[in-house]
Design a protein around this ligand. Structure first.
Ligand code: ZN
Length: 142
């Protein structure tokens, strides 16, 4: 039963992504590519005083890569950089299969991607947006 519910969340974000658009006032932009599947996204963030005040993504790819990026943005917009990095760490550990129930709750809809931990071929799709986010936020301040 949970699996069908999770699939609905992923389908919904893939078909109706609320965060898939350009962001004219973005001050951080980074492209992430997963050649093994053909996923190619660009993540755009507006960061002010260490707070992610807005975000979006553009690009193309499979349902899992697109839904994962869309869900991730829902979760991190409005958070501090530090909180976003902590959530990314939890998500990446969930995919590797080591996450607590409390941490799963913090991931909200991103927890729907837990099934990917049993699908090795799709792992790179699910983590693409999150790795790109980590890379962006860990870059030294310019
Ligand atoms: Zn993919």
């Amino acid at each position: 039963m949970p699996t069908n519910f999770y699939r609905e969340i992923i389908n919904d974000h893939n078909l109706h992504p609320g965060n898939k658009h350009t962001l004219e006032n973005a001050n951080l932009t980074l492209r992430g590519v997963n050649p093994s599947c053909g996923d190619d996204i660009t993540l755009l963030l507006r960061v002010e005083d260490d707070q992610i005040t807005d975000g979006a993504y553009t690009g193309d790819g499979c349902a899992i890569s697109q839904a994962s990026a869309d869900i991730m943005l829902d979760l991190v917009i409005g958070r501090s950089k530090e909180e976003a990095l902590r959530l990314a760490d939890i998500f990446l550990r969930m995919i590797k299969g080591s996450v607590s129930d409390e941490e799963m709750e913090e991931l909200e809809e991103a927890g729907a991607l837990i099934d990917v931990s049993h699908m090795p071929a799709r792992v790179k799709c699910a983590v693409l947006g999150w790795h790109t986010l980590e890379n962006m936020l860990k870059l030294p301040e310019s």
